[in-house]
Design a protein around this ligand. Structure first.
Ligand code: ZN
Length: 146
């Protein structure tokens, strides 16, 4: 239970209960859908990109607390940063949950570093980021963690 307590930290609960930037985004010009069949998580990511900068970000979907909190924290982190910085952030996030990299460089996203202890949960945490990458590439194909 101690591990679960560490994993489901208060901030994860909070973002799951009250997800930020939840809903379709008015005026979005990129979007993608992602699925994590292992857990049943699904996420749609919407971006509004202007001059190479993500001016707004939102998501919709349903799934476990980890996937929803990760999507919520991700959309917060994306607002106002250049596309290249978002791609770097995505790489850093994947490194963090894979157990390499420095969680402290990820700001608020560090709360999700605990998933590295739970391999099944890593896919829940990375689903929104896989979906983000697809949206940035304007991929029309739904992505899956499998
Ligand atoms: Zn999940």
């Amino acid at each position: 239970m101690e591990d679960l307590r560490n994993l489901y930290q208060e901030v994860i609960f909070d973002h799951n209960r009250q997800p930020r930037n939840f809903g379709k985004l008015e005026g979005s010009n990129r979007e993608a859908k992602g699925y994590n069949p292992l857990c049943g998580d699904e996420v749609s990511v919407y971006l509004k990109i202007d001059n190479g900068v993500i001016v707004d970000a939102a998501f919709e979907g349903s799934g476990c607390a980890i996937s929803m909190a990760s999507a919520s924290l991700m959309t917060e982190a994306l607002k106002g940063i250049p596309v290249a910085a978002a791609q770097q952030l995505s790489e850093n996030f994947h490194d963090m949950v894979a157990g390499s990299g420095n969680p402290q460089e990820l700001g608020k996203l560090e709360v999700l570093s605990g998933v590295r202890e739970f391999p099944v949960r890593v896919k829940c945490a990375t689903l929104p980021w896989h979906t983000l990458n697809a949206a940035l590439k304007s991929s029309k194909e739904p992505v899956t963690t499998e």
